[in-house]
Design a protein around this ligand. Sequence first.
Ligand code: NAD
Length: 323
Amino acid sequence: MSKPAAVIAIDLPAGLLEDLRRSVTPIVTGPDPAAVDAALPRAEGILCSALLPIDEARLARAPNLKVIANFGVGYNNVDLGAATARGIAVCNTPGVLSGAVADLTMALILAIARRLFENAAYARGGGWSRREPPPPLGWDPAGKTLGIVGFGRIGQAVALRARAFGMEVLYHDLVTAPVDGLEDCRPVPLDELLELADVVSLHVNLDPSTHHLIGAAELARMKPTAWLINTSRGPVVDQAALREALASRAIAGAALDVLDPEPPAADEPLLAMENVIVLPHIGSATVETRAAMRDLAVRNLVAVLTGRTPPACVNPAVLQARP
Ligand code: NAD
């Protein structure tokens, strides 16, 4: 029997590609959108990252598609409603990247608190050697308040780390049931969190309810000394309102791993602002985590294409409805 055909729209290491060939025939390997589009009419599965929008137009080109295996936990690049209506399973990679994103978030909190980037620039730029006045003193995270918006897998992993540094943790989520082991983290309304937090960290998934969740009104509620960290998705923040709040020092600063759009225009003002740290979407970018994500994405793809239950599917009803 011939093996199901799949578009592999991310680069996979040779060993993993060989494993995959045992059950699937890759008809494209690599992220070139033109090659992907040309292969879609034959594809029964696609393995892709957030860089490839899977919209109605692409789905219409892929009448044989059974599974979209996304390389990432966020799947806002996929039109979930359209895929579900066509009976296509949408899979993602939850959990395996939570630690890496939480580590990056904690690294940013510590970097902000200890003015790491300013002090490194001062030393590298010769200010220290020239005995120029150093950057101002930093602050201790212990005793400060962290407000976590979106208390899911990553938000909770951030809470564990922040608590170990002595921070008080508030959170806002649609779900407010106490979380085992994190009973001392307090659920509060978003407005209260914004008013009380010294650092606000965003960990919601991007959907219509979280698009521009943080806009001018929300930024105005934050303390002028507070920082905003976004490692979720760029459009969760109204970027024009953020630029304005940062330029007027309505808030102290922002650390952004994600922007809207990505990559940013070369003249994006946030890239040049002194009170902004921009990272190029590296939340999950460690060797170990990326390997675990590839492995899970491949397992999801192969499982659906061989009639088994995938480890992580966001619309499982589609699988139950299959004959
Ligand atoms: P998750 O589903 O476990 O957590 C998301 C939480 O947000 C849930 O608890 C949900 O109830 C809450 N939420 C949803 N809508 C809300 C709303 N309107 N108001 C308040 N809370 C709301 O997901 P996760 O695994 O923790 O990942 C979170 C997001 O992080 C992903 O969707 C992805 O976009 C982003 N992410 C970014 C990177 C990166 O490289 N920067 C890496 C991985 C994940």
